[in-house]
Design a protein around this ligand. Structure first.
Ligand SMILES: Cc1cn([C@H]2C[C@H](O)[C@@H](COP(=O)(O)OP(=O)(O)O[C@H]3O[C@@H](C)C(=O)[C@@H](O)[C@H]3O)O2)c(=O)[nH]c1=O
Length: 183
């Protein structure tokens, strides 16, 4: 597995070793020992999630508050996404900055998003299946998020607004500025 650092400290892009043969391919999608030795982190993932989405679906930007914060190891099983995270660590020199990466079922790349970040993704192909591991359980009461098109975050979502499908909940999320006291 190869690991690439990103401009946001603690966020990594991971490329697994993929073994291809006449049957198809094989790769280890998660190996605790390899993950630990490559990242230097000792993470205990406790929940796996999977979602399917149509082209144009945007999910995010989400995070859980306080002790319910989650680190996520995300990947695409089928299809393609633009995956985005935003640094919400107030003490970080990249506070408020975002990082984007294309994840798809051809490059098999995975993205590690630590606690203290908001996360979201735009689906670029129909029937995209997105899968991720979390190091903390879902807690409805601590769910929070930032509006995807926040002016200050200024994220380039690639698609025009008319082509995006966003849940009612996500289209009513507050701005980055509104939440400044919560980070
Ligand atoms: C996230 C989550 C949702 N749910 C339920 C709540 C709701 O009824 C239904 C759909 O939830 P949502 O609309 O929040 O699903 P979704 O918009 O896919 O939420 C996800 O978005 C991406 C960007 C993330 O980073 C994830 O952490 C998560 O927040 O599933 C769970 O039961 N467990 C979970 O862990």
């Amino acid at each position: 597995m190869k690991i690439k650092e990103t401009p946001l400290s603690g966020c990594f892009v991971l490329s697994p070793n993929v073994f291809e043969d006449e049957r198809g391919y094989f790769y280890e999608s998660f190996n605790e020992r390899v993950f630990g030795s490559k990242t230097g982190l000792s993470i205990r993932f406790v929940q796996d999630n999977q979602s399917k989405s149509s082209r144009g679906v945007l999910r995010g930007l989400h995070f859980q508050k306080g002790v319910f914060a989650q680190a996520k190891l995300v990947r695409v099983v089928k299809g393609k996404v633009l995956d985005v995270c935003v640094d919400l660590r107030k003490e970080s020199r990249t506070f408020g900055e975002s990082f984007s990466v294309i994840l798809d079922s051809i490059n098999h790349e995975q993205f590690y998003v630590p606690r203290g970040f908001a996360h979201g993704f735009l689906v670029l192909e129909d029937d995209t299946i997105f899968s991720y591991k979390c190091d903390n359980f879902y807690n409805k009461e601590s769910e929070s998020g930032i509006i995807y098109n926040d002016k200050e975050l200024n994220i380039d979502w690639i698609f025009p607004k008319e082509e995006m499908i966003i849940s009612e909940k996500d289209s009513m999320l507050p701005t980055f500025k509104d939440l400044l006291d919560e980070f």
